[in-house]
Every structure is written in C-alpha cells, then in structure tokens.
Design a protein around this ligand. Structure first.
Ligand code: G6P
Length: 615
C-alpha cells in the first residue's frame, strides 16, 4: 500500500530515491513521484502515472539535482491513478511537498475546513489534506515545520507514514508514523534515509530506527535524529542493526523475483529450521514456547487470524494443531474477526500470521484479541514490523525478503513454523508419542531435500503451461491437508494470470462446481498417496465423466493415476501433514508459467500490493 522513501545527505538524492522506489514497488505501482530541493533551493516535484520506470522516463532531461528528496510509489485508495493524484503533493504556496502511505479517515472534515479558509486543492486524495493542513498551521501560528506537524497530526484520524520537505529549510526532512510502517536509516556521515521498510536502506547503512506509532522525527543534516510524540515530548529512538544482504534484494539471474523465490524455498526452509531443530534432527526448540510455555500449553482454544495466503497457512495450522495437540482451533479472516464481536476467552491463544507484519486487518484483530485478554502469538517474516511488535511473543519465519507480490516462500515458511509449533506443543502436552515426535521432526528436516526434487518438475510444468493459457476458469481440488493447498494454488493463479480459479475440497465439488465442468475447464487435483487417496480417485472419475481435463499431482510411483488423468506431476512422498510443503511447489510453478505465457507482469500483478496497510 504505497511505498515511501527519502534521503538527505551529501550525495545526489535522485538515484537513491529511484532505486529505493524500485525496491518498494511491490507495495504499489499505479503511479509514482519524487520531490527534490536543488542547489538553488527550488522544490521540484515530478509525477507520472504507471510504474517507477514511467517516472524515470518522465524525469529524463529535467533538473533532478539536489541532495535532499522524498519519493513515493502509489497504490490508489482515494482518487484514480493519475499524475495529479500521485504523490508528492505540494502545499498551497508551493513551499512544502509531502508523501503519504495510509488513509486519513477524517480527511473530508479537514478538507471542508481548509476549503472554507480559501485553500484550493489540486488532487482528490485524502493525502493532500495533510500538506495543506500543515502549511495552514505553520502560517497561521508562525511555527516551524517540525512543530506544525505535531499540531496538525493531533487533528488527524487514520493511518499514516508521511515525509515532508520544506523549500525554506532544505537541510531537513520531517516524517511521522501512525499505523503505517516507517524506518529511518542512520548514515555514517550524518546523512539519513527513510523508507517504508529497510530494503531501500540496506545497501547504505545497517543502522536503523523503526519509528513507533505517534512518533514524529526530524532528520536534520549532520545532526542526531530527533523524535517526539504527538504531545511534543522527546522520545529516545532505539537503533537496531539490520541484516539484509544485497543479494536478497536482487533477482540473481532469474527473470522474475517470484521464480527466484520459488527456487529459494529449500534454502529458506533450512534457514527457518536452523537453530530451532538440533543437529540430530530429533528435537525442536522454539524460544517463544520456552518463554511462554504455561500460557501456550494450557491454551483452551487457538484462534488463528490472518489474510490471503497467510490465512491458507492458518488452515494448515488448524489441522496440525488439532491433530497433534488436541486443542480446538478456529481460523478467521482478520478482516471479519475484527468486526464480528467474537467470543474471546483469556485462556485463548490467538495466532496472528502475516508475511509483511503490517496488514491493517490483522493488526486490528490482534488489538481486539489483546483487549479481550487473550495471549497473542505472531508468525511473521518482516523483522521489526508492526505485528511482531504488537504481539506478546512469536516466531519469525526467517525466509528473507519476499519481493514478488504473490507469496511463495513466505507461505511455506509459515507452514514450516506451524509444523514446528504444533510438534513442540504436542510434545509439551504429551499428546504425541516420543517416537512419533522424533520421526516427524526427522521428516520435517528432510523436507527441503524433497522440495528440491519437487522443483525438478519445473521444465515439465513450463511445457504444460501454454495448454492452459486459454482457460477462463480453473478448479483446484484437494482434501485434508491438501485442501488449503488447493485454495492457495487457485489464489496464485488468480493473482498473477487473472484467470478465474477456485479451490474446493474435492468431495464438495459435486455440490455445485461440478456444474461448471466441461472440456474447457482444467481441473488440478492434489492426489497424493494418503488416507483419502481412493476418495480423490473417485472425484477425478466424476470430473472425467463430464469431459473435464485433469492434471493430477501424485506421489512418485503412482501408476493408477497415470491412466486416469490427462497429465500427472510426480512428487516425492512424505508424511501427510507435511505434504502441503511439497504439493505447493508445482502449483506455484504452474501459476508462474501460465502467467508468463500470458505475458503478465508476474512480480507486480495489477491491482494488488504486497503489504496491505489499509482496511
Ligand atoms: C496481500 C498480499 C498477499 C498476502 C496478504 C496478507 O493481499 O498480496 O500475498 O497473502 O496481503 O498479507 P500478510 O503480509 O499479512 O501475510
């Protein structure tokens, strides 16, 4: 949901800002803009509809000098994508320029008041209200920018990460956050970077400050970072070390980040398990479980809250926790949970799953659970994001930055953490026999190796993909642990190829979707060898009887399915509960290759964003 970036220092700001926007483009890419104060103290703002590359093309030949600037890549909420609605927004006099990520809920009232005082607006965004309000307060009260921002934000309701330039004071940037992420990077020469996440900052410095809600910061060249809260009281910024390598932010020879991230999964899962599973591969240690053992072991119920792909991981978590720990689990869309007035007990454990750690609905669900007295456990990828800071404890999935908008390695990382969590709790609760626990831990450790085997299907899937580019609808079927895999496979296809797809529990097909099946309808079935295998075979027969074309994901050595399905993709065998980690791989590859065949921008699918910081 919009990426923001800023720089103030001795270097030319423009290339740093453009590179930063490229790194943040996963957050939104319908328009982009940059504001720079040049040596003559001119405040130049350039904006373009489209991607960052369109902005660069627009800026060619223009004055992009200056060593202070801010830039923005947008995911529209208020006002269509256009250069007018793109950020930065100028104040009425042209003295200030502002970028904003978030939503200002009381913008209409604020705007009405400002319009009544003769201030003319240039865009239809909620964001412009902020810059007009700040300038109005500066002028009418004779305040400096830093002070005026404090006064202005006290009147603002909503979510924001903002940064503002003042032409009259070119050696400073003022920024602030409330419910939208903002990181400040501290350079070695008194220079500052700021961004929605650490990825645009990582190549310049590893010292960062994650601003907290209500923080307003003054980045003044050659000075220390100053932070105050909304009441103007000084806050002591905590400096953290970040650990992101440049390689993690580059494509490393792959045509798209998504493909790179699919192939990274074996290594990522090893990273995820490293230090948590011992070298003998027979014991899992999660520090979060050690620290909060009693709370977790005594949970009367678990409620998982999440959105999108993370919600699918939650459905797998439900089956794992219920079957291994014998604790009832509910899985909720965070967006519904927050408004549903749910029954929450103090001895409930709420697990919030989120790759970005910034999803607004998940954050609101956490808030609700905490205020009802539940214990909240986070499963997150982005280090230092809001969700790990709002939960009592949790586990990072440690799969490295995920840039492709369609989640792949974060999903398998989340499932791996859920496997480790369920096994650990089951062991503590004595709901699993010691030898079964050890066998399962050993198998979990073998999963990355099996994923490598599953990835070998890439070329076969690349050859298959063109057959399905004609499809308007696809059906994904699975049962048990593979049902969420079917949902996730369908979501991947929808997200990046824009083909309508539905995931269904295979047996439910006959209660509706079967009406859709004809020879134009590809049906992807996860039919691995497990206790429901024979039932899935019957479901495939039903599809075949109606002329449907079946692609079956089967366990290596399955000869029966080869006769039944139009195409089979073989997968290495594993325990039923770990099957999602393997079966997801060919479905990710399938979505990827179909989208590539259709000429789609796989990493930046239309209308989507990776970090959804609005409701
Ligand atoms: C967006 C992303 C999805 C993601 C969902 C939840 O819709 O495009 O890939 O699954 O948000 O995000 P989270 O960061 O909370 O996992």
């Amino acid at each position: 949901m919009c990426g923001i970036v800023g720089y103030i220092g001795q270097r030319k700001a423009y290339p740093i800002l453009i590179k930063g926007l490229q790194r943040l483009e996963y957050r939104g890419y319908d328009s982009a803009g940059v504001a720079l104060i040049d040596e003559q103290q001119h405040l130049n703002v350039y904006k373009a509809k489209g991607k960052v590359a369109d902005l660069e093309a627009y800026c060619e030949g223009k004055d992009t000098g200056g060593s202070v600037g801010i830039a923005h890549t947008r995911w529209a909420t208020h006002g269509e994508p256009s250069s007018q609605n793109a950020h930065p927004h100028y104040s009425a006099s042209g003295r200030l320029a502002l970028i904003h990520n978030g939503i200002i809920e009381n913008y209409a009232t604020l705007k009405e008041n400002l319009v009544a005082r003769g201030i003319a607006f240039r865009s239809v965004t909620d964001s412009e209200v902020l810059v007009q309000l700040v300038e109005y307060i500066m002028v009418s009260n004779g305040l400096e920018l830093y002070e005026a921002v404090q006064v202005a934000l006290r009147q603002v309701i909503g979510a924001y990460a903002i940064a503002i330039l003042d032409r009259e004071h070119p050696s400073q940037i003022v920024c602030a956050r409330q419910s939208s992420p903002l990181v400040v990077g501290l350079g070695a020469e008194g220079d500052f970077y700021l961004a929605s996440d650490a990825s645009p900052i990582a190549e310049y410095t590893d010292r960062v400050v994650y601003l907290n809600d209500g923080d307003i910061a003054l980045l003044r060249l050659g000075d220390e970072l100053h932070v105050v809260n909304l009441s103007g009281e000084a806050r002591h910024p905590k400096v953290k070390q970040i650990d992101v390598t440049l390689g993690q932010l580059e494509k490393g020879g792959y045509p798209y980040f998504m493909l790179k991230e699919i192939f990274e999964q074996p290594a990522c899962l090893r990273d995820c398990m490293r230090g948590r599973i011992n070298v003998d591969a027979d014991r899992i240690t999660l520090s979060a479980v050690i620290d909060y053992r009693d709370k977790l072991v005594a949970a009367r119920r678990v409620i998982i809250v999440a959105c999108g792909t993370s919600w699918h991981a939650g459905l797998i978590g439900k089956q794992l926790i219920e079957s291994l720990c014998r604790i009832p689990v509910e899985v909720e869309y965070a967006s519904e949970f927050r408004y549903r007035d749910p029954v929450i007990y103090p001895d409930d454990v709420v697990i919030a799953i989120s790759q970005s750690g910034e999803t607004a609905d998940t954050l609101a669900a956490i808030e609700q659970a905490r205020s009802a007295g539940a214990f909240v456990f986070g499963i997150c990828n982005a280090i230092g994001a809001s969700i790990p800071r709002q939960t009592q404890t949790g586990v990072y999935i440690h799969v490295g930055p995920e840039i492709g908008v369609a989640s792949t390695k974060a999903f398998t990382g989340q499932v791996t953490v859920l496997c480790m969590l369920a096994l650990t709790l089951a062991n503590e609760r004595r709901t699993i026999a010691g030898d079964v626990y050890k066998e399962m831990v050993a198998e979990l450790v073998r999963i990355p190796e099996k994923m490598e085997l599953a990835l070998k299907a890439n070329e076969q899937i690349e050859r298959l993909a063109p057959i399905f580019t004609y499809a308007h609808n696809c059906l994904y079927l699975g049962r048990g642990y593979n049902y969420p895999v079917a949902l996730e496979g369908a979501l991947k296809l929808k997200e990046i190829s824009y083909i309508h797809a539905e995931g269904y529990p295979a047996a439910e097909m006959k209660h509706g979707p079967i009406a859709l099946i004809d020879s134009e309808m590809p049906v992807f079935v996860i039919a691995t060898r497990d206790k429901l295998y024979d039932k899935v075979v019957s479901n495939i027969e039903e599809v075949r009887a109606r002329g449907g074309r079946v692609v079956a994901l089967v366990t290596e050595g399955d000869t029966q399915m080869a006769k039944l399905a139009d195409h089979i993709i073989c997968l290495p065998d594993t325990m039923e509960c770990f099957q999602p980690l393997i079966a997801s791989i060919p479905l990710q590859l399938l979505a990827y290759h179909i989208a590539v065949c259709k000429g789609k921008d796989v990493d930046r699918p239309r209308n989507l964003a990776k970090s959804v910081t609005v409701e």
